[in-house]
Design a protein. Structure first.
Length: 403
């Protein structure tokens, strides 16, 4: 059976799904987010061993994040539009199959170019998931619980940062980085099965052409402003965060164990930030973004000033994680609030901006790390996040409803 066999008109009404199956589907989509995000960001915790094993510089290894992010960003508006009439359950299972095979190839690849090419292909799958995942979850539960389903799915970000990336670092220290990616290939296959079993058929409900996708920011000024803020924020955050491990190894001679703790602390802060943001965005979406950005800047300054002490690193990282959780939730809500009638299309543009800037952040950060020193990537983060805060502070003062 081809993908098109399950395709239905976007106008086709969604069959009633039992609450139990609906929430099992939400759990499967959340697990999908966990797998996609940890796969994309796993090299952050493995930069040093990957560099040593593959015989390339730390900055070059950062291109593993760049390649996947670039593909996810640049490809998603086209793929989402081209698959606009494809059943979303079939599309998600296909994306997870690509992820499982990609992780397996990464685990056994004999050289760095093959890994880089594989990450590029995996990036296309990752980008499409970010565009369709939340909307799928909102469709399979009762309408009154749609926002809760979206929040549950987004909690996968916190789970990935608290558990996924630190666990990958820990597995590498107990074995090697190839074992880590092999385990993630197996997990990807398990989530593939969970999605296939629990999700109901989901005919596409957002048929938007490529031209219409790219016309959105031209016609929609609020969406255009949000996308610019996303560019600044993501460039700054990931430009610095991608190189946390080498920065700490250089400034504090941090051990693998301490770096694992630091990553867990960051993720814990992110979970707290998501919870706080869930309360504050309903009161002031603009204020949540601004305050979160200011806290992130303060955390990066702390890392530069008291980051030579373990307690200083811990304090800075938990604040950084908290700020990331608040800003992350705020920018997603801002995107959806700016274009509520074109859900997947708006998210595909958000994904394009977000993932392209993950890629560029890692690339620019790698250039700074290799030619100026790893401390410079923290300053890069401060400047770019400050630009995002300034732009948000200088635009509309009204509150915006959250999703």
């Amino acid at each position: 059976m081809s993908m098109q066999d399950e395709t239905n008109s976007p106008a086709t009404p969604q069959k009633q799904v039992s609450p139990t199956r609906g929430w099992l589907g939400v759990a499967a989509i959340t697990a999908s987010l966990f797998i996609f995000l940890t796969t994309e960001l796993m090299p952050i915790g493995l930069l040093t061993p990957l560099s040593a094993s593959l015989g390339v510089s730390v900055g070059s290894v950062g291109l593993m994040v760049t390649a996947q992010g670039l593909a996810a960003g640049l490809g998603v508006p086209f793929i989402v539009a081209w698959t606009r009439r494809v059943n979303r359950r079939r599309l998600l299972t296909t994306l997870l199959a690509v992820l499982a095979v990609g992780n397996l190839i990464t685990a056994i690849a004999p050289n760095y170019p093959l890994i880089l090419g594989t990450r590029l292909i995996m990036g296309f799958a990752s980008g499409v998931f970010w565009a369709i995942g939340v909307s799928m979850a909102m469709r399979i539960v009762p309408a009154t619980h749609a926002n809760r389903a979206a929040a549950v799915v987004m909690s996968g970000i916190s789970i990935a940062t608290v558990v996924g990336i630190p666990l990958g670092t820990l597995l590498e220290s107990a074995g090697d980085w190839r074992t880590t990616f092999l385990i993630w290939a197996g997990l990807s296959a398990l989530v593939f099965l969970a999605v296939a079993v629990t999700l109901p058929s989901l005919p596409s409900a957002n048929a938007v052409s490529v031209r219409e996708v790219f016309e959105l920011p031209v016609r929609n000024v609020p969406l255009r402003l949000v996308l610019v803020m996303v560019v600044f924020f993501v460039l700054g955050h990931f430009g610095a965060y991608t190189f946390v491990r080498p920065y700490l190894e250089d400034s504090t001679s941090a051990t693998v164990g301490f770096i694992t703790v630091v990553l867990i602390v960051f993720g814990t802060g992110g979970a707290i930030g998501n919870f706080i943001g869930g309360q504050t965005v309903n009161k002031s979406l603009r204020g949540s973004f601004i305050v979160g950005g200011l806290i992130m800047i303060a955390a990066l300054v702390m890392l530069l000033t008291i980051g030579t002490y373990d307690v200083g690193v811990i304090a800075a990282m938990i604040l950084w994680g908290l700020a990331f959780g608040v800003v992350q939730l705020s920018q997603i809500n801002m995107t959806l609030s700016a274009a509520p009638e074109t859900f997947e299309a708006a998210m595909s543009l958000n994904t394009m901006a977000y993932n392209t800037c993950i890629a560029l952040g890692a690339l620019i950060g790698g250039l700074f790390a290799d030619h100026v020193g790893v401390t410079s990537v923290v300053w890069f983060g401060i400047v770019l996040v400050a630009l995002a805060v300034i732009l948000r502070a200088s635009t509309g003062r009204g509150t915006t409803p959250a999703i």
